[in-house]
Design a protein around this ligand. Sequence first.
Ligand code: SAT
Ligand code: MN
Length: 602
Amino acid sequence: MAAIFPQKSAPPTKHLALKRWVSDMATLCKPSRVVWIDGSEEEKKRLEDEAVATGEIIRLNQDKLPGCFYHRTAVNDVARTEHLTYICTKKKEDVGPTNNWMSPKEAYKKAGAYFRGAMKGRTMYVIPFSMGPVGSPFAKIGVEVTDSIYVVLNMRIMTRIGQKVLDFLGAEGEFTKCLHSKADLDINKRLILHFPEDNTIWSVGSGYGGNVLLGKKCLSLRIASHMAKQEGWLAEHMLIMGIEEPNGHVEYIAAAFPSACGKTNLAMLIPPEGLKAKGYKIWTVGDDIAWMRIDTDGALWAINPEAGFFGVAPGTNSRTNPNAMATIKKNTIFTNVLLKKDFTVWWEDSDEPPPEEGIDWQGRPWRPGLKDEKGQIVKAAHANSRFTVPASQCPSISFRLEHHHGVPISAIVFGGRRTHVAPLVYESFSWQHGVYVGATMASERTAAQVGKLGEVRRDPMAMLPFCGYHMGDYFAHWLEVDKRLEKKPKIFHVNWFRTDEHGKFLWPGYGENLRILEWILDRCNGKSQGVKTPIGYIPTPESLDLNGLHLPKETLKKLLEIDRFTWIQEMESQKEFLSSFGDRLPQEIWQEWEEQNKRLQE
Ligand code: SAT
Ligand code: MN
């Protein structure tokens, strides 16, 4: 067997604990060699060539898609597996009712058996990475050990990696220990384990992004939310965007939506025709994760810890997201989409009509109209197929992405997908009321999810699958931040998905959403009117700029309607959900619920 460190020189770090940990993981997984990732261009090329040679990735048409590659995951490994995802703490009660729990002892033992010898005959790559700009006081460092080149190439895009990170880490720096092995890609031996008390993540048996790019949901949300609670900041599942006025003044908002509600599209929106005259410019800072802290000026500042986008392909086109389309023309890794004969790619609801033939996400010949044994149409791309692309390629990317202190946040926006109940937009009465609004956020199931259509799923702050500790304590932490914030962002709720009696969307969405963001920012600056309702302030019809939209007055009325009867039912459903947190739900949240309930009954 080759030596564990076959490189001529020793591991490129003076960090003894890091070297020891890597050596221990190699002893456990038994790779034939260990390679430390330096992040260079030559290294990238070498890894691409090697992965192409083994079939792990396919080189796409370099004339039409320069620098682009294609990858397929295993058929049963296409999304995050929440039922195999655990938070492992000494005390079970610390993870709360929304997380799966395992004791650290059992978890290390169980996964240890799956990792033992799992890298035999493979290379173990050691990826030092930084979430946030390298050297930023807001950044966190991780080191991911993996046997997948696909993971290395994706981490290269999604985070900042390589020697510069090791140099910053120095001999004693803190880092999150992230261990990943594809092992046999066996779903029965798949586990995604988080050990917040040990600053450690173990992921085994998967090759799907959300399970294996450990800097993303695992570190930046589950582990980081735990750190944030201890250190007094917020790690949130939020996009960050800037809205610039013609005079150069830029304001930033952070917004949380559950999956399939268009976060990436909103973060990159292009102003609609009717608002073009106002000369707004949109700056994208992030599309998925925000780390927010109170800075010395008493305001809330946010960074996007990521450096790339891991976006859903189907439905991405020049109407829904022109900036994303421009972003993914080069240096992109496409996963589980359709491979065309000319080695370009296609997905449902893209710009082009379906090609006559291709190879589908499962690696089978495909043509339009193809049906399976049950007579169901076969999709060319998986519904959760993805593109991985450097954020720097996005035409609307903000230079502040690289700014060590990030951006100051004027407004926080929560949103869900509700056919009724929630109006297009409303403003909470206070930070505390806003935390209650976020805590009771909900979305209705779409056809894309298994289960009863229209069923309401609560997803507090869109963090249900990502909060690394007890959600009752998480709400308490949000309330705690309130006490230290001097310049408080206002908190809003939006719903782009309200429908009429025939199930048709009332609001056009996409770029037009800027009209709502405009009202939100004007409210923050005391420049627009609101009407007080039992749930918060809604816009007066005149305070929304609907120029060029041709939205009938009746439709706007329906969009802003707050139906007391439906809301009283909503309050009962909220109550049931809030009760599940027992006595760890802060009294303040109950108080907000009680007061809102009273206002609705009056
Ligand atoms: O699969 S990921 O968690 O990386 C993407 C998502 O679900 O938002
Ligand atoms: Mn997400």
